[in-house]
Write a protein that binds this ligand. Structure first.
Ligand SMILES: *[C@@H]1O[C@H](CO)[C@@H](O)[C@H](O)[C@H]1NC(C)=O
Length: 390
């Protein structure tokens, strides 16, 4: 209710999407923001109806199949705009061509027009996907059959983010920041998973979360596609006492000074690896699996790009999409720089809105706001900004 009242004040023109004006202390603003952008528990449990419906419908065709959600619905990073990712596990059919399975799934779901609609097959995606909309919840669904790999990478991420409340809040703010500026929302940009890994890695530098090696240390190895996906949850105590405000500002400062091109961001090891050191794997105790997979031809060497973010479990994978990353990386770096200097120059009350106000871009000679809605800036929240000037 309070949010509605505040945002009602912010509408300057009836044609423009409503903007949220953040007021009060930084912590209060964070609460307002997260209440507004994140999925409520009720919405989340509603969305979790999707895998249950899928399982019920697929069961007739593939007896014993299991449909497991992964991605933001289990990591705690789901925002209002999030879709749900589902992996379908069919007993005994691990070797079947995922493209064929995706096509079969489409035929099955077409027989349930009351439940699913707007089908689209993405055969060329890194993993073949069937996209559709689940009618009862009006949610976009991505269905895959390829490698149950993502299940445990989501669980590892979820575990790391839930160890400390500040970590989860930091990652949520950054995910929203990444989508507002169109730098990490998983569309033509960096995947939002990359932003979450940047957050985790920074928290590792602050000794707030442990490296992934520590989670795997005592777990009985379990391999999928030749990579170990096993891990054990861990209690982890930190003596870091920084506030969320300091951590958010610190995040921007840390990456502002970061040599992205020559460094691998490795949440697996929990510390930065110099590109030249990574050529000599014997220097590392924890890359035996990677070495073995290279020697046996199970994996291609890590592909260096302008930005290098190593997957937590699949160590040959650069999450920063190396094919098109130069332009993306430069945009991300530009936003990091801007945010780092806002942290230096603005007060704690001004900082959050400033970094989250959507950027205006010149399009066809006109200055347009790229992102509708969201957090209001000086034009949207004149009252608040005037008070600050006085
Ligand atoms: C995930 O990790 C657990 C715990 O180590 C392990 O038992 C399980 O087999 C793994 N599952 C997948 C799908 O990777």
């Amino acid at each position: 209710m309070a949010i509605l009242l505040v945002s009602a004040l912010c509408v300057v023109q009836p044609t423009r999407a409503e903007r949220l004006c953040l007021t009060g202390s930084f912590d209060h603003q964070v609460k307002t923001l997260l209440d507004y952008v994140k999925l409520s528990d009720e919405q989340l449990s509603n969305i979790l109806q999707v895998p249950r419906d899928l399982e019920r419908v697929f069961e007739d065709h593939w007896p014993g199949c299991k449909v497991m959600p992964y991605g933001s619905t289990i990591t705690g990073l789901a925002l209002q705009s999030s879709d749900i990712d589902c992996y379908v596990d069919i007993p005994g059919e691990h070797n079947e061509n995922p493209q064929v399975l995706v096509a079969e799934a489409l035929e099955i779901l077409k027989n349930h027009p009351d439940l699913f609609t707007h089908f689209e097959i993405r055969p060329t995606a890194r993993v073949p996907l069937l996209k559709c909309v689940h009618i009862p919840t009006n949610v976009f669904v991505d269905i895959t059959f390829s490698g149950p790999f993502s299940i445990n990478s989501s669980r590892v991420l979820s575990h790391l983010l839930h160890l400390d409340e500040r970590g989860l809040e930091l990652a949520r703010i950054l995910k929203y920041w990444g989508s507002v500026h169109d730098i990490a929302n998983g569309k033509l940009t960096l995947p939002s998973y990359a932003m979450a890994l940047l957050a985790v890695f920074y928290l590792q530098q602050k000794n707030i979360v442990p490296p992934v090696t520590l989670l795997q240390q005592n777990a009985t190895p379990y391999e999928i596609d030749h990579w170990n996906t096993a891990f054990l949850p861990l209690e982890y105590h930190t003596d870091n006492k920084e506030s969320l405000y300091e951590l958010l500002g610190g995040f921007f400062q840390y990456y502002n000074d970061f040599d992205f091109e020559n460094t691998i961001i490795s949440p697996y090891l929990g510390y930065p690896i110099k590109k030249k050191d990574f050529q000599d794997l014997d220097k590392f105790d924890d890359f035996d699996l990677y070495k073995r997979n290279l020697e046996n031809g199970y994996a291609a060497p890590f592909y260096f790009g302008y930005m290098n973010i190593q997957d937590t479990l699949k160590h040959s994978e650069n999450i920063a999409r190396p094919n098109s990353d130069r332009w993306l990386a430069l945009r991300l770096i530009r936003h990091l720089r801007a945010a780092a200097s806002m942290y230096q120059e603005l007060s704690s009350e001004e900082f959050l809105s400033a970094v989250l106000v959507p950027e205006k871009r010149l399009e066809a000679g006109k200055l347009t706001t790229f992102w509708e809605g969201g957090i209001g800036g000086p034009e949207d929240c004149p009252k608040i900004f005037q008070e600050k000037i006085r």
